[in-house]
Design a binder for this molecule. Structure first.
Ligand SMILES: NC(=O)c1ccc[n+]([C@@H]2O[C@H](COP(=O)([O-])OP(=O)(O)OC[C@H]3O[C@@H](n4cnc5c(N)ncnc54)[C@H](O)[C@@H]3O)[C@@H](O)[C@H]2O)c1
Ligand SMILES: [Fe+2]
Length: 442
């Protein structure tokens, strides 16, 4: 990738400005890359209806990729029954674990080959959907999975993918990306290809009512992070902005309800729409430092993706705030925190405060419990590399600034902070604000 060379060629002092111009320029082209959109089926029972539709495509055998929790909960029944009723055979690979590691995906790949499957139903959270995408492209491009990482590395079209997200979420049902993990290098790798976008996706909120509150919280803030990072980044377009704003409004209106009352189907459906809208926004406009740092936490410490984003989001937003005041103000208005007549700086501050408050209400910890001081330089280096070679961030940071930002989530030596029910430290608003302000002034 041409952008990979920039950090090595440009002197450090001019890197930030140079990268910003280059990334903005790249956005002029990325907006014209054709990205397909799946046919969406929405509503309780839509996964079964999608099964009926898939049966019409005449696949000989469909591989359903999912995780053990989902198959034990019986969530596959609707789609599977409909496929069988339509005369399509299915086999289930239900071994996916969070951040699906490469050796497990290889196992799924062997299973898919053994059963001679010609389509995949990607059923689950981002881990199952992304494992499905990786299997789909590796089936038709037989080479080591790691070498498929990056942009457009597969020559042949992947097997057709049909997605059923069970978290809200990653938005993977509409995105060009598959994020998988490589345990041998303690990192996460991303396969990017517009042909990885599923052909169809069913947003079936009835599958989400049993999602545990802490997963609801973390995955919901992942969706918010997609919306916010795509909205404030330099590749935003009127289309992605519309999607990001809609997602933000829906998340502020519904995520707390889903967290407290998981069985609320109406709120679950709104969250599943929000997650898809945010996916449509970021698959074109991309993400930023929150994701760049969260991916390092996921690779090194296996921190759940949404949780890692949630912990970093307030800090990165406070750092970037001077460059994105207008966008933060627009987000605040859409989140119903104020109205257009108020000054942008006031609205922006309201949005920053509201993100912290939302985190607190959802039991998101202030600190990353596994973070070690000694790891911070390498984590920051890898995060900056990821961001500076791929993400159109609105305000660049040096490695030292990134280290300072990560240090804000280092657990304090003394355990005097209040804790959540799970024993993790949780922020007082004042503590959150002070910590973030300190980092943004560096
Ligand atoms: N491809 C993309 O565009 C994209 C975007 C963001 C994140 N990701 C990746 O997605 C992965 C994270 O996905 P995730 O946050 O959805 O989590 P996940 O798929 O790892 O699932 C988290 C947990 O929730 C459980 N679960 C899922 N649905 C459930 C349900 N309906 N009821 C009960 N339990 C349920 C799972 O069994 C699992 O234990 C990460 O690897 C991340 O990097 C991909
Ligand atoms: Fe994400």
């Amino acid at each position: 990738m041409i952008l990979d060379f920039i950090p090595k060629l440009v002197p450090k002092s001019t890197q930030a400005a140079g990268l910003e111009v280059l990334m903005k320029g790249a956005g002029k082209f990325t907006r014209y890359i054709p990205i397909p959109q799946p046919t969406l089926m929405v509503g309780p029972g839509s996964s079964a209806r999608m099964g009926e539709v898939i049966a019409g495509f005449g696949h000989s055998k469909v591989l359903i990729v999912t995780d053990g929790v989902i198959s034990k909960l019986g969530l596959l029944k609707g789609v599977q029954d409909a496929l069988h009723a339509g005369g399509t055979k299915t086999v289930v690979f239900d071994k996916i674990t969070p951040d699906a590691p490469i050796p497990l995906i290889e196992e799924g790949l062997d299973f898919c080959r053994e059963h001679d499957c010609d389509a995949i139903v990607a059923f689950g959270g981002g881990s199952s959907m992304d494992a499905s995408k990786a299997i789909a492209i590796a089936m038709t491009n037989p080479k080591p999975l790691r070498s498929l990482a990056g942009y457009f590395k597969g020559r042949s079209n992947p097997l057709p993918i049909y997605a059923v997200p069970t978290t809200a979420g990653t938005g993977s049902e509409v995105t060009v990306a598959a994020v998988i993990s490589d345990p041998s290098r303690e990192d996460k790798v991303v396969i990017i290809d517009p042909r990885l976008v599923p052909k169809m996706a069913a947003l079936d909120a009835s599958l989400m009512t049993g999602l545990p509150p802490h997963v609801t919280a973390a995955t919901g803030i992942d969706a918010l992070t997609h919306a916010v990072e795509s909205f404030v980044g330099n590749w935003a377009t009127p289309y992605t902005n519309g999607m990001a704003l809609a997602a933000t409004g829906l998340i502020f209106e519904n995520l707390r309800t889903c967290y407290r009352d998981g069985g609320n189907l109406a709120a679950r459906e709104k969250m599943s729409l929000a997650s898809t809208y945010a996916g449509l926004a970021f698959t074109r406009a991309n993400v930023g430092y929150v994701h760049a740092i969260a991916h390092q936490f996921g690779g090194k410490y296996h921190t759940p993706h949404g949780l890692a984003n949630a912990i970093m989001l307030p800090h990165v937003l406070r750092y970037s705030a001077p460059a994105i005041q207008k966008q933060l103000a627009q987000l605040a208005v859409r989140a119903k925190l104020g109205d257009d007549s108020e000054r942008d700086d006031k609205l922006a501050e309201k949005f920053l405060d509201a993100v912290e408050e939302l985190n607190r209400d959802l039991g998101i910890p202030l600190y990353l419990d596994k973070l070690q001081e000694a790891d911070i330089p390498a984590l920051a280096k890898a995060a900056c590399y990821e961001a500076h070679t791929g993400y159109p961030v609105p305000k660049y940071m040096t490695q030292k600034q990134c280290e300072a930002l990560i240090r804000q989530v280092l657990p304090p030596a003394t355990k005097s902070s209040p804790t959540t029910a799970t024993g993790k430290a949780v922020a007082k608003p004042a503590v959150r604000k002070a910590a973030a302000k300190k980092s943004s002034s560096k």
